[in-house]
Design a protein around this ligand. Sequence first.
Ligand SMILES: Nc1nc2c(c(=O)[nH]1)N[C@H]1C(S)=C(S)[C@@H](COP(=O)(O)O)O[C@H]1N2
Ligand SMILES: [Mo]
Length: 547
Amino acid sequence: MPTLPENRRTFVTGLLAGLLAGIPTTGLMALFSLVGGASLPELLASTIALSLPLSLFETLRASFGADAKHYLYYIVLIGQCLIFALCGGGYLLLLKFPRFAFTWDETDRLRPLAGLLLGLLLWLFANLLFLPLTGGGLFGSELPGGIFQTTGSLAIAGITFGLLFVFIQHWLALRPTSSHEREHITTQRRSLRRGILVNGLKLLGLGALGTLAWRFISEGFSAPSPSTSYQPPQSRITPPPQPAYGTLSDVPGHSPEITPADDFYVVSKNFVSDPSVNQAGWKLTIDGAVTKPYSLTYNDLLALPQQQQYETLMCISNPVGGDLMGNAFWEGVPLSQLLAQAGNLDEAAADIILHGADEYTDSIPLTKALEPATLVALHMNNAPLTQAHGFPARLMVPGIYGMKHVKWLQRIEVVTSDYLGYWQKSGWSDPAPVRMTTRIDTPRSDAILDPKQKLVIAGIAFSGDKGISQVNVSTDDGRTWQQATLKRPPSAITWVLWEVPWQSPQSGSYRIIAYAVDLDGNVQSPEMAPPAPAGSSGYHRVQVTVR
Ligand SMILES: Nc1nc2c(c(=O)[nH]1)N[C@H]1C(S)=C(S)[C@@H](COP(=O)(O)O)O[C@H]1N2
Ligand SMILES: [Mo]
């Protein structure tokens, strides 16, 4: 039987070999996920993201912004390396039992067989336990890649890890000949091991701290913060104000009315790679509770009459003043027309489920699906959709949040009961109507302004499909308000650009606040709400210094 300190040495050797073999293996798996193989870290990260309570999700998002999901992914990658290390330690201890003597050669080195066995164990663990628990199904049967790709890529990862483990164990266990030499090498190796471990951990820690600090410095101070101090006199104006359209002065820093596709915000649930859909093999299927289910190719869809519209998209995760918003010119086929060609809808048809090629789903009520501005869009800003924005086709459904604008659309399914989609399953709003919001684009938070220059306050206001009739701006914490000039929007479902001049303020510190009124006279709610679960609300506030 091995003695205790010997056990510890064996365990540490295994730990180190597991870690050193685990790092390249984890890298390999991350590569696999780019080409459609299974990526356990990505699966685990999305399982974690989905099971986080919404409040925690929001806190993370507020401190790390849209990159939160990438950080989570990196943490899971590091975690996976540590788990590889633990496996290595445990495995090497296990092999010390006499019955596993056959896995060692005469010079105390593992035989390659031991590596293959380790790979097999991990492969079984992944297929029989990990995948089913993270929703991938036994042997990955429920993953987009399917059983073959999943088990295949995991087998390659398992073999790589096992053989690297054996190889590194050899390197760590080089046998010294004389006892003096052994002493010497052991001490040397021990301090070497400790050095590698300690320095590795230090590096990891420093890296994490540095990233945090950098985030804080670059974004923490300018994080948008809604105001609490102001209550508007009324929540609804009757009759609704007539919009005062005028010409704007094109001030630097003001959002362009149309967002170029490359600058358009991108949000997806996918940690590593979004689907890249091959247009030639792609079909759009319309089925479910209809009498004539059918499919269309890309060219079939292009051949149908195209409807054109400007529409602004906003993510439900957008904080007040945030930039998960963009406005573009979309072209596509009205969903109502596609549904009309599917024969008769079941009398009880209630929801339409949109399925994306990334296994993402969401639903809209039938009434919303039949609205004339609900499109299956193929073009954005006069070009085919880019991959990031959902090539070849995505849903556009005005009035509700970006979440419901399903990208990489594959299937449109009519169902007779209410359906909860990907985000709804973890608590996000299902109807998800856009909440009215006003953003101050310029000046930026913490700007230092020169009153001798011409000062202009400018931004955007958006209210889904409700339009904007008025924007009011205050520079004295809500005591007085100035009505902004609005630019006539390109459609009733886009944001509206606005600006007000700021006449020679005294030097001092100012807080700028803005809110909007929609075309029905509803006044934007001052009530602060975080994005979860139904979209953020409150007034955007920007603190500046004039001197
Ligand atoms: N298939 C699919 N569609 C999706 C998503 C996704 O993860 N997968 N994310 C949704 C979310 S949350 C938003 S805000 C919008 C973002 O669209 P954009 O990236 O074109 O701005 O896409 C929506 N459509
Ligand atoms: Mo979103």
